[in-house]
Design a protein around this ligand. Structure first.
Ligand SMILES: [Zn+2]
Length: 318
């Protein structure tokens, strides 16, 4: 018998990416992409998802009855049982039933997971964690999320929120965080934190090549612009990355000392674009962690890049 295939969908803050994936080897057969935000009132998330999925299936040249189903990894909180996107602050939507309408439309099983969970599943099966049964995946972008693999299985915790490394406290009573807390790692080491640090320096009169590249009200800064600024030794960008990497080093130290993973896999936009960030964070973590795990824990880059989300989402069907 031939290989099994499924559709994997990466539902992110800025785009929806769908791929038909070969579940036996993780290879991508076809891909389709659309912007998430239409900016119009009639914007319909489910409709948009169905268009992207339809396009990917059509391009694969396969008929729906050859597919095992559709897996979706969404940037937000999900109800896996009911197939409902509960809260997605970055997509700007709440309580959207996703699985039911897509199941009816495509006559296929549809499964919903969280974006970090499925990206970890992808790295575990076909990426940087495929030969390792105890590791942690950490993704650094707009926010910071992580997935824990224990004994070869995803560890979801007592109520399904395990791995919220972005909300470990690194500064008591520090900066406010989107979660309602203060001093969380995400507020100091994410790309958003780097952007805010740049905005702060600019407001204090320091000049930077990033002056026109950063949105001061929203704190948005592209990883690529940041990487270019670092290449040109821009002092504001360098200071911001040093600071963020320092705090990520503290976060990694906590993970290493507490969980003693065999490996830490680092992925996400900031890791991909700015090698210096991971270098500095690793240095800090190795210097601070307990002596034995400081030497033994492998710290490596994720391997599936932009497709970790779609490959991992498809794996929800395997
Ligand atoms: Zn927080």
């Amino acid at each position: 018998m031939g290989d099994k295939f499924a559709v994997g969908v990466d539902l992110g803050a800025t785009k929806v990416l769908a791929s038909v994936v070969n579940l036996s080897n993780g290879k991508i057969v076809s891909t389709s992409k659309k912007k998430t935000r239409a900016g119009t009132e009639g914007f319909d998330l489910v409709q948009r998802l169905s268009l992207v999925i339809g396009d990917a299936v059509e391009e694969s040249g396969m008929s729906c009855d050859k597919l095992s189903g559709i897996g979706i990894g969404a940037a937000g909180m999900v109800d896996r049982e009911r197939g409902v996107l509960l809260a997605a602050a970055n997509i700007g939507t709440n309580d959207v039933p996703i699985c039911e309408p897509l199941k009816n439309q495509f006559s296929l099983p549809v499964k919903l997971g969280n974006d970090v969970e499925v990206a970890t599943l992808g790295e575990m099966t076909f990426g940087a964690g495929r030969d390792c049964s105890n590791f942690v995946c950490i993704f650094v972008g707009t926010g910071i999320g992580s997935g824990i693999v224990h004994g070869g299985k995803l560890h979801r915790g007592g109520s399904g929120t395990a791995g919220e490394i972005g909300h470990v406290v690194v500064v008591p009573d520090g900066l406010p965080c989107g979660c309602g807390g203060h001093g969380c790692l995400e507020s100091y080491a994410s790309r958003t934190a780097v952007a805010k640090s740049v905005v702060y320096d600019l407001s204090r009169g320091f000049d930077s090549v990033l002056r026109d590249k950063v949105d001061p009200s929203k704190g948005i800064l592209r990883s690529k612009a940041l990487a270019q600024a670092l290449e040109s030794k821009d002092p504001v960008a360098t200071r911001a990355i040093n600071r963020a990497a320092h705090y990520m080093g503290l976060g990694l130290t906590n993970v290493i000392n507490f969980y003693n993973p065999a490996r830490i896999v680092m992925g996400g936009g900031l890791i991909e674009a700015v090698p210096l960030y991971l270098e500095l964070a690793e240095e800090e973590a190795r210097r601070r962690s307990l002596r034995i795990p400081a030497r033994k824990t492998e710290i490596i880059k994720a391997e599936l890049g932009d497709f970790a989300g779609t490959i991992g989402a498809a794996l929800l069907l395997s």
